[in-house]
Design a protein around this ligand. Structure first.
Ligand code: GUN
Length: 296
């Protein structure tokens, strides 16, 4: 038996549609247009592509997109002054500083200068603390997208064994917090975990977020498990450049109950959830009801 393929591309399109409907209602009923400011420092080509896509999708959802492209040698003072302006701008409901930043800039300092209510990445220390204590937070986009897909596929997650492989601040740790919030029994595994295959085999929900191509083979997957592959790794195979996940898809799909493919799984959900967070931030800023199904 092969696994159900969880179609992240279609799911993300539905999320963007819901965002668009909510944005249109905010406009018609309250005269509000949610606004997302994206700050890009330097010339990293992958970041430039992400930022362009964010801008296109933000506008397609009927929201305002403000792009701030700064040179690679921008000083911390200049960047902090821009963030202060965006914090004070009532037309801006969400602020995202594209990472990685050039090495001379302190990313923690910069992220923590963003107004937590506008921190649509959910990286500000206040949002990390709110999420960790089960309070209303802005939730990082990729884990939020994974949670939406898990809820959609499995319904109630309570009591399930969830294993998150990877302990990054952007994915692994917030993903674990969200799963704990769903009353899963959560294990965070990482490069020092002893007997990783055995730990993975206990997972009803296996989230792979390590950034190592095809590291998790099918025989680490419990039969019937739901596998969420966050990895997006570019490799050369048969003389061609390809994208693969952290899970070895061809073997895992034979064992899992459901699995996200790469590409077309988690990837498209990240920007969709960024738009969702921007609408949520706009609603919270104006004391309006939040969009249903677009928050954690
Ligand atoms: N760089 C790669 N992914 C992300 C993300 O989700 N947010 C930000 N700010 N930078 C990134």
């Amino acid at each position: 038996m092969t696994a159900t393929i969880i179609d992240g591309k279609a799911f993300a399109a539905r999320v963007r549609e819901k965002v668009g409907v909510h944005a249109a209602r905010l406009h018609s009923e309250h005269g509000l247009i949610p606004g997302l400011a994206v700050v890009l420092v330097g010339e990293d080509p992958a970041s430039a592509v992400y930022v362009k896509n964010k801008g296109i999708q933000t506008q397609a959802a009927g929201m305002n997109s403000y792009e701030h492209k700064l040179p690679a040698d921008t000083t911390e003072q200049t960047l902090l002054a821009l963030i202060a302006r965006l914090n004070a701008d009532p037309a801006v409901h969400g602020i995202l500083v594209q990472l990685p930043l050039p090495a001379h800039l302190n990313a923690d300092l910069v992220i923590n200068a963003i107004d937590p209510a506008k921190d649509v990445d959910g990286f500000h220390i206040s949002n990390v603390g709110l999420l960790g204590t089960g309070q209303k937070a802005m939730v990082p986009c990729t884990p939020l997208g994974c949670l939406m897909m898990l809820r959609d596929h499995l319904g109630d997650l309570s009591g399930m064994n969830a294993v998150v492989v990877g302990r990054s601040n952007i994915v692994g740790k917030p993903m674990a917090q969200l799963l704990l919030g769903e009353s899963c029994t959560v294990t965070i595994a990482h490069s020092r975990t002893r007997d990783l295959p055995e730990v993975c085999r206990r997972a009803d929900i296996l989230v792979a977020a390590v950034g190592r191509p095809e590291m998790i083979p099918g025989d680490w997957v419990k039969p019937g498990a739901t596998v969420i592959d966050v990895g997006i790794n570019r490799i050369e195979r048969d003389g061609k450049s390809r994208l693969v996940g952290d899970v070895h898809f061809a073997s895992a799909v034979q064992v899992a109950g459901a699995i996200t493919p790469v590409p077309g799984g988690v990837g498209p959900m990240t920007i969709a959830c960024l738009l969702a967070n921007t609408v949520t931030a706009c609603c919270r800023a104006h004391g309006l009801p939040e969009p249903e199904g677009l928050t954690a």
